[in-house]
Write a protein that binds this ligand. Structure first.
Ligand code: IDP
Ligand code: CA
Length: 461
């Protein structure tokens, strides 16, 4: 016994290993395997945390929307997969002010300086070390388009100088421009479909968009390759009807058209021009004043018999030139413009900007919700009430309407109905989604073109 114990006590380490090698083998194989998996697989938590969490893998973009009625800035932050990630508590920094750049047609410096507060706050929201790598873009829309080349180019040049003098953000050669209408419409389509996560799906699973600004209105939707091949060729100086875009591994043919002078505030002027200098059946009963747009004044006075939906519709149809212009294409919207042929990409329409705002002011949409499902006929119903009231009743009948908009409420709602139904050819009973913001995970993001521009800007980095 003693001898045996003595032998046992002096057993060498190698003897022990040899004796227990079976057990050791059973324990060590899984440990080695697990270690290998952790080291080699990029998807496992620790590794991915190190790689994806650092601020150097994030890309910021600062986009100014120089709209006809106001200027806005959006700052977005994307991860490596081009998903939006929160900046502080929201998925974007969004700030806005009025008026827009085109309110200073003869003073380019003052026009550019109106962006200073937006610029400073936007730049502050980008981490200091990333600023020189962060693209900044300024896209001007209908306001500068309508000003004409020289005045708008002077303003843009002053904005370029402001960015150079005051900011460390990265400006490319074409970073400060007047967007052409088809660009604006296609960015809006990318924004909405990105937020709905329909990009990469077949074209008929995407949604179509309408964006009613102050100066212009855009419609965009994806069409089939066959329909794209049938698109009418644009005349000289016209934008082409179809844009090809490659997004999330799929090629899209996007029908897009922008109508300058048919944004809501510009359309008021077009409708008042039809009855030039005399009474107009779209003006709310009891109002007699003037409407200013783009430096011109228009008489805005109701007819002696008061406002009327039916008569206002006749004037709106004239302003849209629905029946007065020649359609040389298969089918037209209004003003002789091709309608794109319809199809699956147009069956769900997301309708933004002034459509949402007026519906909320008229009281048939809840302004605290990001989206609302309505029908074009809802605009007509609200128009009937607005056209039948007197100015004095406005505040009680439509408590949410801003005072300045009250004389034009009948006009705005009739125009919106006429644009959707007679202009764009939607059925009065078709459901459409009015959209202010789109939910993206837990957050909601502004349903506006700058996100589409930001995605393009960071994709090329
Ligand atoms: O970021 C946004 N989110 C939601 N609505 C917006 C945003 N930017 C503009 N809008 C809408 O567009 C309307 C003004 O149009 P804008 O001034 O952009 O005219 P434009 O597009 O014809 O130049 C605003 O009253 C608002 O309804
Ligand atoms: Ca706009």
């Amino acid at each position: 016994m003693t001898a045996k114990r003595a032998i046992g006590r002096h057993e060498s380490v190698s003897d022990k290993i040899r004796r227990h090698r079976g057990i050791l083998l059973v324990i060590s194989i899984p440990i080695v395997l697990i270690t290998l998996v952790i080291v080699l697989m990029p998807g496992t938590s620790e590794y991915a945390g190190l790689k994806g969490g650092g601020s150097d893998s994030r890309k910021y973009a600062v986009i100014f929307d120089a709209g006809s009625s106001g200027s806005r800035v959006h700052v977005y932050c994307f991860d490596q997969k081009l998903d939006l990630v929160p900046l502080e508590n929201e998925l974007e920094l969004f700030l806005q002010l009025k008026p827009g750049l085109s309110a200073y047609p003869n003073d380019p410096r003052q026009s550019a300086n109106s962006l200073v507060t937006l610029l400073d706050k936007a730049e502050d929201s980008v981490p200091s070390e990333l600023r020189p790598k962060t693209p900044v873009r300024v896209g001007a829309t209908a306001g500068l388009r309508a000003l004409g080349h020289e005045a708008s180019e002077n303003i843009l040049q002053a904005v370029r100088e402001l960015l150079k003098d005051r900011s460390r953000l990265k400006t490319d050669a074409n970073a400060v421009t007047v967007l052409d209408g088809t660009q604006e419409g296609s960015y809006q389509w990318v924004t909405i479909n990105y937020l709905l996560k329909t990009l990469g799906k077949p074209y008929s699973d995407t949604v179509g968009v309408v964006d009613l600004g102050g100066g212009s209105v855009q419609m965009a939707y994806a069409i089939s390759e066959e329909d794209a091949a049938k698109a009418p060729k644009p005349l000289q100086g016209e934008d082409s009807y179809v844009r090809e875009m490659y997004l999330k591994g799929r090629k899209y043919f996007l029908y897009v058209h922008s109508y300058l002078h048919y944004g809501l505030l510009a359309a008021r002027a077009e409708i008042l021009k039809v009855t030039e200098g005399s009474n107009n059946p779209c003006i709310v009963t009891g109002y007699d004043g003037t409407y200013k747009y783009g430096g011109t004044e228009f008489k805005a006075a109701t007819s002696p018999s008061g406002a009327s939906v039916d008569e206002c519709r006749r004037v709106a149809l004239k302003a849209l030139k629905v029946n007065d212009s020649v359609c040389t294409h298969m089918k037209c919207t209004f003003g002789g413009v091709w309608n794109g042929g319809g199809g699956g990409g147009q069956k769900n329409m997301f309708v933004a900007s002034f459509f949402f705002d007026r519906a909320a002011e008229a009281g048939f949409v809840d302004p605290s919700q990001p989206v609302a499902t309505v029908r074009p006929s809802d605009f007509e119903k609200a128009a009937s009430q607005a056209c039948n009231m007197k100015m004095g009743e406005g505040k009680t009948k439509f408590p949410r309407v801003e005072e300045d908009n009250l004389p034009y409420l009948c006009l705005d709602l009739v125009y919106q109905y006429t644009l959707l139904v007679d202009g764009f050819g939607l059925k009065p009973s078709q459901t459409i989604t009015l959209v202010k913001k789109v939910k993206y995970g837990e957050h909601a993001v502004e349903a506006a073109w700058p996100l589409g521009s930001a995605i393009e800007a960071v994709s090329s980095l």
